[in-house]
Design a protein around this ligand. Structure first.
Ligand SMILES: Cc1cc2nc3c(=O)[nH]c(=O)nc-3n(C[C@H](O)[C@H](O)[C@H](O)COP(=O)(O)OP(=O)(O)OC[C@H]3O[C@@H](n4cnc5c(N)ncnc54)[C@H](O)[C@@H]3O)c2cc1C
Length: 394
C-alpha cells in the first residue's frame, strides 16, 4: 500500500498504514508506515500579542437573504446576512445577485456596501458588463470583512438547521459551489488566497452523522478529503490529529486587491450613509444591490439579523508556521456558542480565534474570552513536539 492510500472507516480515512493480514487472521493489523510530520510550533505567549480585533458577524437564523425586489421603478437586489461565512460565499451570492440584476435591460448598478460581499458583487456585475458605483459608509480596512479569520468555512454560523428550506439549501449549494471554484482560481495569485493544511488535534475520533435525506449535508463536496494521523505520526499532544487541506484568505491583502480591481474595471467608490430605503430610491442607477451586512437591520428593518460578536487576538507573524489548527489539548467546557480554538497563520500575524457571542454589540474585547483563547493556544503549542524531538505532554 503506498503512502497516500486511505482506508475508509465510517467516512473517515486512516492514512499511511500497512496491513499485516494473514489467512488465519483476516483482521488487518495496522502498523505505522510513515515518518512523523514535522511542524514548526507557534511561539505562543502573552508577550507576543500585537493586537486584538472585534467584528460583528451578520447572522440570520434563517440564513442569508438573496432575492430581487422592487423599489419604486428600480430593481432592488438583496445580498446580505452571511453570518460567519461571508468571506467564503461572497463570489457565489455575488454572481447570483448579478443574475437578478441582469433581468432588466440597463447596465448601470449601485452596490451598497464595500465589504467582501459588496466588492465581489461589484466584480460579478462588472464581469457582466455593468457600470458599477459602490456606495458605502465605510471601506476596507474599516469593515467587518477585515476582522475575519478568514478560512473557507461556507456553513459556519450561517443557518439554523431547523430553519433550512429546500429552496434556501439550493441557493446555498449553488453559491457555495461557485465561490469554492472562484477562490481556487485566485490561489497563488496576488489576492492573498492560498491553500494551507489544517490539523485538528483530538483524543477521540468523531463519529460521522448518519445521512439524513431531509437535511442533506451542506458541506458535502466543499473541500478535499481528510486523513487521520495516528500516534507517532504528528507532533500534537493528543492521540490523533485530523488533517484537511483548506483555503485561507488574508483579508488585508484580499480586500485591497478587490478594491483595486473594482476601480481598474471602471468602478467608482462613494462614501455615503443611507438612513432609509427612500434614500436609495433617489439614486440614479436603475439597479441597487444591498450588500450592507449587519447594516440591513437598521436600513431595511430586518429584525432577524443578529450580531455574532467575534474577536481575534494576533501575535507576531511567524513565516515558518505553514499550517492552521482547529481545537486545543483538552475538552474544556466552552462558553455558549463558542467555536473552540482556531489558529490561522497569515502574513499580518498568527491569528487566534474561536469566539462567538450572540447579540453582543460592544466592540470592546471580552477579556474572559481573550484569556481562554490565548491560554488554550499556549497550552497546545507548548506541548507540541519540536521538530526532531520527542512529544511533550503537560
Ligand atoms: C472574528 C470573525 C471571524 C470570521 N471568520 C470567518 C471565516 O473564517 N470565514 C468566513 O467566510 N467568514 C468569516 N467571518 C464572517 C465574515 O467576516 C462576514 O460574513 C463578512 O465580513 C460579511 O461581509 P459583508 O460584506 O456582508 O459585511 P461588511 O464587511 O460589514 O460590509 C458591509 C458594508 O456595508 C456598509 N454599510 C452598512 N450599512 C450601511 C448604510 N446604512 N449605508 C451605507 N453603507 C452601509 C458598511 O459600511 C460596509 O462597507 C468572520 C467574522 C468575524 C468577526
Amino acid at each position: 500500500m503506498n503512502r497516500r492510500t486511505f482506508l475508509t472507516t465510517g467516512g473517515l480515512a486512516v492514512a499511511g498504514f500497512g496491513f499485516g493480514a494473514c489467512a488465519s487472521n483476516p483482521k488487518p493489523t495496522l502498523t505505522p508506515s510513515r515518518s512523523p510530520v514535522n511542524l514548526a510550533p507557534v511561539d505562543a505567549s502573552w508577550d507576543r500579542i500585537i493586537r486584538t480585533t472585534v467584528g460583528l458577524r451578520p447572522h440570520r437564523d434563517a440564513g442569508f437573504v438573496l432575492k430581487a425586489d422592487k423599489l419604486d421603478d428600480k430593481l432592488l437586489v438583496h445580498n446580505y446576512g452571511h453570518g460567519g461565512a461571508g468571506m467564503s460565499l461572497s463570489w457565489g451570492t455575488g454572481l447570483m445577485a448579478a443574475e437578478f440584476a441582469s433581468q432588466q435591460p440597463l447596465r448601470r448598478a449601485a452596490v451598497i456596501g464595500c465589504g467582501a460581499v459588496g466588492l465581489t458583487t461589484a466584480r460579478q456585475l462588472q464581469r457582466r458588463g455593468f457600470d458599477v458605483t459602490i456606495y458605502a459608509l465605510a471601506v476596507p480596512p474599516n469593515v467587518t470583512s477585515n476582522m475575519s479569520l478568514a478560512g473557507f468555512t461556507p456553513v459556519s454560523g450561517l443557518v439554523e438547521n431547523d430553519r433550512r428550506t429546500p429552496e434556501w439549501d439550493a441557493q446555498f449549494r449553488r453559491a457555495a459551489d461557485i465561490a469554492y471554484r472562484q477562490l481556487q482560481l485566485l490561489a497563488g495569485s496576488p489576492y492573498g488566497v492560498s491553500w494551507v493544511d489544517s490539523y485538528q488535534p483530538t483524543d477521540e475520533l468523531p463519529r460521522p452523522a448518519p445521512p439524513n435525506p431531509d437535511r442533506p449535508n451542506l458541506q458535502a463536496g466543499l473541500g478535499a478529503g481528510q486523513e487521520i494521523l495516528q500516534p507517532g505520526e504528528h507532533p500534537f499532544p493528543t492521540k490523533y490529529a485530523i488533517r484537511r487541506p483548506g483555503i485561507r484568505i488574508e483579508p488585508s491583502i484580499y480586500l485591497d486587491v478587490l478594491v483595486r480591481d473594482v476601480l481598474l474595471f471602471g468602478g467608482r467608490i462613494v462614501m455615503r450613509k443611507f438612513d432609509t430605503p427612500r434614500d436609495l430610491a433617489m439614486l440614479d442607477e436603475p439597479v441597487v444591490v444591498n450588500c450592507t451586512g449587519l447594516g440591513a437591520r437598521e436600513l431595511f428593518g430586518d429584525q432577524e439579523l443578529v450580531p455574532l460578536k467575534g474577536q481575534l487576538t494576533v501575535m507576531v507573524p511567524q513565516p515558518e508556521v505553514n499550517y492552521q489548527t482547529n481545537g486545543g489539548v483538552r475538552n474544556v467546557p466552552l462558553p455558549a456558542g463558542s467555536l473552540g480554538l482556531h489558529m490561522m497563520p497569515r502574513r499580518d500575524g498568527i491569528i487566534l480565534g474561536g469566539t462567538s457571542e450572540r447579540g453582543v454589540t460592544t466592540m470592546e474585547p471580552n477579556e474572559g474570552e481573550r484569556k481562554r483563547v490565548v491560554d488554550g493556544h499556549i497550552e497546545l503549542f507548548s506541548a507540541m513536539r519540536r521538530p526532531g524531538r520527542g512529544a511533550v505532554r503537560t
